[in-house]
Design a protein. Structure first.
Length: 249
């Protein structure tokens, strides 16, 4: 598949990587890639598979909106610009194999691990680290494991943790103004040109837990994971609150 971007005559090249929800293509600029957002959904380390119609459009547009908001607040992100409903031009990163999770409210694996009830507020946001590894099922790791596995330097890890809390401090009030409680979310960071660190991946209902402020209704991928129904409607509702314009889905 080839495409021309008229504004900078950027050409789409080979597929570099196909993941569960996105495809990454090389471009004629070696420092830039195109992220293509699919409607495919997986959960429980790909044991559950399905399609969420319109998800790719929502995740692409929502990520672009939030990356732009973060850039204004001084967070370096890989986002360059939106190319289409499902395509985003990004800096090419060497992704660090750590999933950084920030939590404001107990949910999911934290509820299971601690026995605390889902919905319990966390007074001071917490940051957790997981090894990004499908074959191992993304196990939780600590800073000593990061050093042992040479996943990131101590300086990089300190920056990632500081940035994760800053991102939370920017996104939490931004979302709350739109009646969305940011319960928890997953971040991925990577090294760009000159090993400079950037926030990568996406910020979407696939990677965040978002609850309606008044009703506590789940408006995220948990509707898919837990067979709650109304999955597409939830994604569209989040999109409406954050981006505003209709997706056409
Ligand atoms: N998350 C993610 N990808 C993963 C694991 C988790 O995007 O591979 C997100 C998830 O959507 C939630 C947060 O990270 O917003 C915390 O997930 P948790 O550890 O509770 O795991 P889960 O219960 O979702 O398996």
């Amino acid at each position: 598949m080839k495409r021309q971007d008229p504004s900078v005559s950027l050409e789409q090249r080979d597929k570099l990587y196909e993941g569960k929800a996105k495809i990454v293509y090389a471009t004629s600029d070696r420092n830039m890639v195109i992220q293509y957002f699919k409607d495919d959904a997986t959960a429980f380390n790909a044991l559950k598979k399905g399609t969420i119609v319109g998800k790719g459009v929502v995740n692409n547009r929502m990520s672009a909106t939030l990356f732009s908001r973060l850039a204004k607040a001084g967070v370096p992100t890989h986002y360059i610009r939106t190319l289409s409903d499902r395509e985003m031009l990004c800096r090419r990163l060497d992704i660090i194999k750590i999933e950084t999770i920030v939590r404001n409210v107990v949910a999911g694996s934290l509820a299971k691990r601690t026995g605390l009830e889902e919905g319990t507020p966390i007074r001071q946001p917490i940051v957790e680290l997981y090894l990004k590894s499908d074959p191992l099922g993304d196990p939780m790791i600590n800073e000593d494991h990061v050093r042992m596995l040479s996943l990131a330097t101590p300086v990089e890890l300190a920056w990632m943790k500081r940035m994760a809390l800053k991102i939370n401090a920017v996104l939490r009030p931004h979302l709350l103004k739109r009646d969305l409680v940011l319960v928890d979310f997953k971040l991925e960071f990577g090294r760009g040109a000159g090993r400079k660190l950037y926030l990568g991946d996406e910020i979407s209902p696939d990677t965040c837990r978002l609850w309606d402020r008044a009703t506590r209704e789940k408006l995220d991928k948990d509707r898919f994971r837990r067979d709650l129904g109304g999955v597409e409607d939830a994604y569209q509702e989040v999109y409406r609150r954050l981006v505003g314009e209709p997706t056409g889905a």
